[in-house]
Design a protein around this ligand. Structure first.
Ligand code: SF4
Ligand code: SF4
Length: 79
């Protein structure tokens, strides 16, 4: 008997509006998985695959420069 199953996985997209970033580094410090790094005076996304979607960076950015979005993907296990 074969059974098909649909697996849903959520990943996250992190966007930083560079023109709004003032380079305070708060987001880099708060992101434990190290998704973000400073590049000169701006924060940049360097490791999007390890984002847990906690949204701390988005919540703590004083300039509302970060937006985190869920991306849901579906994978069927049909043979
Ligand atoms: S918290 Fe906001 S303003 Fe501060 S470095 Fe990060 S993106 Fe830039
Ligand atoms: S949502 Fe959480 S894990 Fe993802 S970049 Fe922001 S602080 Fe890091």
């Amino acid at each position: 008997m074969s059974e098909s199953k649909t697996v849903r996985a959520t990943s996250y997209e992190v966007k930083i509006r560079r023109e709004w970033c003032k380079g305070c580094e708060l987001c880099v410090e708060v992101c434990k998985p190290r998704v973000l790094e400073m590049e000169g005076i701006y924060a940049v996304v360097v490791n999007p695959d390890v984002c847990t979607g906690c949204r701390l960076c988005e919540l703590l950015c004083p300039d509302f420069a970060i937006v985190v979005t869920d991306i849901e993907s579906e994978a069927s296990t049909d043979p």
